[in-house]
Design a binder for this molecule. Sequence first.
Ligand code: KIV
Length: 296
Amino acid sequence: MSTTAISTSTSQRKKVTTLSFRQKKERGELITMLTAYDYPTAMAMDKAGIDAILVGDSLAMVVLGYETTLPVTMDEMLHHARAVARGAKSALLVGDMPFMSYQTSIEKAMENAGRFLQQGGMDAVKLEGGRERADAVRAIVGAGIPVMAHIGLTPQSINQLGGFRAQGKTASAAKRLLEDAKILEDAGAFSIVLEAVPARLAEFISKQISIPTIGIGAGAGCDGQVLVTHDLLGLFDRFTPKFVKQYANFHDMMNKAFTEYIDDVETKKFPAVEHAIEMMDGEWDEFQRLTATEVE
Ligand code: KIV
């Protein structure tokens, strides 16, 4: 008797959770995270096997064209979060809480964190800041919402930091960052982004806490890495931070494609016959007969 094998396997990976994050750290496996702000990018990343997707407030700069991350609003973040959630089914989805969505009160922080899960389809939220955000982190986690913390260069505080500058370069600043990491771990954060801090400090912090650190400009000693996708793809040509590895130059590719399109249209190379929609001769003849009668 022949048996027909019916494959029950689907191409979809198992959903990544905050627990998977912790297990990866325990096993010494590195965590991968990238930013996404739209459906096709999220889908491509998910398919490639990324662990986590951050709908970062970098949206403000790399997609919306602002000079800083400060102007982006909750509603704008949610709009993009929903698109990403429609595209990625397996990666852990993290919504980045925008400027002033969590700083003014714990209640507001909880409410906006909740919106990312209820209205944005996210699995977790990220917020910037050290010990001064511990109460907000505790309250959000207490409401059942996983929180990724973010210390070092925190772009929402550039006016206080004096620009996009590396942090933790002096002994006392480094000690403060280590303390912040421990405080945020105690407050219940499931992971911490370390941005633009010395590599050896990031490695030291990573070893001192049990939750995974995700580095950006923080060297290879973190438990995972994140990059802003527009930097990685070379889509954002205003500036590229030193710590970025550019894997493609989409800006140049787009420029070439757009220039060729303009040229093709202007020289009538596009659309060609193969791009046209056909109509049966009989229908065309009938159409001509009908319109000829109307003209008469
Ligand atoms: O908004 C963002 O893209 C971020 C990453 C740089 C971690 O916060």
